[in-house]
Design a protein around this ligand. Structure first.
Ligand code: ADP
Ligand code: MG
Length: 236
């Protein structure tokens, strides 16, 4: 049984379609990269997958996973980059569900936060102020935060945006490790198409509706893939 099944998905804003008749399935352990030009519906698809935008047609079905158990790493804004909190506080905001309805974070929840900081190689930053970290360090902290709400599915929106090449490589290596070593299914939107496509095992290329869905190898050798990859300056 597939982890995620999207069938004939249609999503509208004020009566105009941002996504139309989109279908694909993901298996546990997949690493999917979503590509498409600006305005092609990538963010809309992510919002629908997270339950933040209701479908106007079709269906999204998870198997063995509640929509609330998805780890989500949103695209960073400048305001978030200066967020005046400690690293531990930022990670703990991802643990609200794990913590239940207690007024304070339990020892168990703090342990979960620390374990996930260790998984993302950021444990030594726990006591630092989030706003003083480098871009790459901040992304590791946000990844740990997302991991606090999931052991199964991570959704990442432009995780390497604004990172230098070294930090980009390190973050891709981390995502790969979470996928391969910890078995976490990954869905990533990236405008860094060449790199992102090489990292991921599967590609979903959309333009409101399906352009291509399949393995990275098949995509690279397809007419759609070749055309798209040859225009890597595309702002997607
Ligand atoms: P992408 O992330 O691929 O750039 P989006 O999913 O953000 O694309 O947008 C897809 C389409 O939906 C675009 O035409 C965009 O203008 C429209 N759209 C996105 N968000 C909204 C919104 N909140 N209200 C109205 N239209 C929107
Ligand atoms: Mg977008």
């Amino acid at each position: 049984m597939s982890l995620l099944k999207v069938e004939d998905l249609t999503v509208q804003y004020d009566g105009s379609e941002a996504l139309s008749g989109l279908s694909f399935t993901l298996e546990q352990g997949d690493y999917l990269c979503i590509v498409g030009e600006n305005g092609s519906g990538k963010s809309t698809l992510i919002k629908a997958l997270l339950g933040l935008k209701k479908p106007d047609g079709g269906s999204i079905t998870y198997q063995g996973l509640a929509q609330s158990q998805i780890g989500y790493m949103p695209q960073q804004t400048d305001i978030q980059r200066d967020f005046p909190a400690s690293v531990m506080e930022v990670v703990l905001t991802g643990c609200l569900k794990a913590n239940g309805r207690r007024p304070f974070f339990s020892a168990k929840t703090k342990k979960l936060a620390l374990e996930n900081l260790e998984k993302t190689g950021a444990a030594q930053l726990a006591k630092k102020c989030y706003g003083e970290l480098s871009g790459g360090q901040q992304q590791r902290v946000l990844m740990a935060r997302a991991l606090c709400s999931t052991e199964k599915l991570l959704i990442l929106d432009e995780p390497v945006a604004n990172l230098d090449p070294k930090a980009t490589d390190e973050l891709y290596a981390l995502i790969d490790e979470l996928n391969k070593k910890h078995g976490i299914t990954v869905i990533m939107v990236s405008h860094d198409i060449r790199c992102a496509a090489m990292q991921a095992g599967k590609i979903l290329h959309i333009d409101k509706t399906l352009v291509f869905f399949g393995t990275t190898n098949d995509y690279i050798n397809s007419p759609e893939g070749r055309r798209f990859l040859s225009h890597s300056h595309h702002d997607i």
